[in-house]
Design a protein around this ligand. Sequence first.
Ligand code: ACO
Length: 439
Amino acid sequence: MSSSNGSITISIDGTNKSMSLPLLSGTEGPQVADIRKLYGQMGIFTFDPGYGETASCDSKITYIDGDAGVLMYRGYPIEQLAEHSDFIEVCYLLMNGDLPNAAELKEFRDGVTYHTMVHEQIRRFFDGFRRDAHPMAVMCGVVGALAAFYHDNLDINDAEARRIAAFRLIAKVPTIAAMAYKYALGQPFVYPKNSLSNQPQGYARNFIHMLMSVPAEEYQVPEVLAKAMDRILVLHADHEQNASTSTVRLAGSTGANPFACIAAGIAALWGPAHGGANEAVLKMLADIGDVKNIPAFISEVKDKGSTTKLMGFGHRVYKNFDPRAKIMKESCDEVLAELGVEHEPLLEIARELERIALSDDYFISRKLYPNVDFYSGIILKAMKIPTSMFTVIFAVARTVGWVSQWKELIEDPTQRIGRPRQLYTGPGRRDYVPVTQRG
Ligand code: ACO
């Protein structure tokens, strides 16, 4: 719960109009000025395109301090969770607010496992897609289609209905993601294997099993893959009010079906400025092709007239370092060593790019550092996951964050429909002229 602590006074220059705005304090982070009565009392709106200075809600789920490079889920630092926890436990934490005891964890894991299969009719949706469709397009369609399976009897105002919808989403999104991959390959869909889910990193194990195994052969999920995938899922699980989460909240604020809201989140995630960056990083590294081409690429990035960006660099909130990127970089070295990848040209290009960028004034002055996706793609490539699936894996991980934030929104008695204002700059009032009289 936020507390009111002090106020700021604003006045309109040249008038005697002024008002006091209450300052609200959370548990961490800067105070926020409460402007809810601003228009009513002063007749003005605030202007904040991209919402860089605006808190759209209060939330108890995730905290980021961008200047200090801090990320915490429910108060637990991401470094501790990445080292000691696993994804299903992190899901429980994000959804419920505290770490589970052993019985709670088992019950939660069983609940997710119970819902991993999708309705057989869902298979038919895939036939409508071209085999070369981007799997994120398939994800938008098929996850959205879940709304058609769970709509009439889903009362979002009922806590139990919300709980089941949450389980269904967390459980079924990886199944659908793996189906999207198998469809592109022309291989049979692989059903979830629940005996895998009960093991450590079980959610990741089951996901890899659905991605990599084929019915004709025995398949053992390699330990290194299970651990690497689990860590990627933990690091991407939530990130407070980012573009896709805000999209989910905005859609949710209308009372829309939660499966449709998550499909909206998947669409927002796809863009290269957000979750699509992991795919874009690999493409960029491949396009650079050789360490010797880096200086020319950096010059292009710095050229004001060019639209080329150093993908995997920069973040709206992190202005010092992205703690996830630090863990991901260490993980990248470990995974490549364990997989016996001695020479990965893309990793060499990435390391050299990072070294040059971090000593270049363009990037230093703009506080641009590697973000979580700078190294995640190299790990996924080493795991033999195709580039087009990278953002899908991000969506699998972020589903729990979206669902937790959606649930928090619906359970907030003060929530209203999300509806920003605008600064209108189009034509003033004018009268209609019949086409015959227009010049
Ligand atoms: N490469 C080159 N220049 C950059 C980059 C970049 N990656 N990112 C920002 N800049 C520059 C901008 O051109 C701008 O320069 P200017 O002041 O001369 O105009 C300055 O840095 C500030 O950038 P903004 O665009 O204002 O930063 P914003 O907070 O709006 O954008 C974003 C953040 C979208 C992440 C941006 O840094 C970017 O596009 N990065 C590359 C894509 C990427 O890696 N996205 C993943 C983000 S993490 C995630 O979603 C999982």
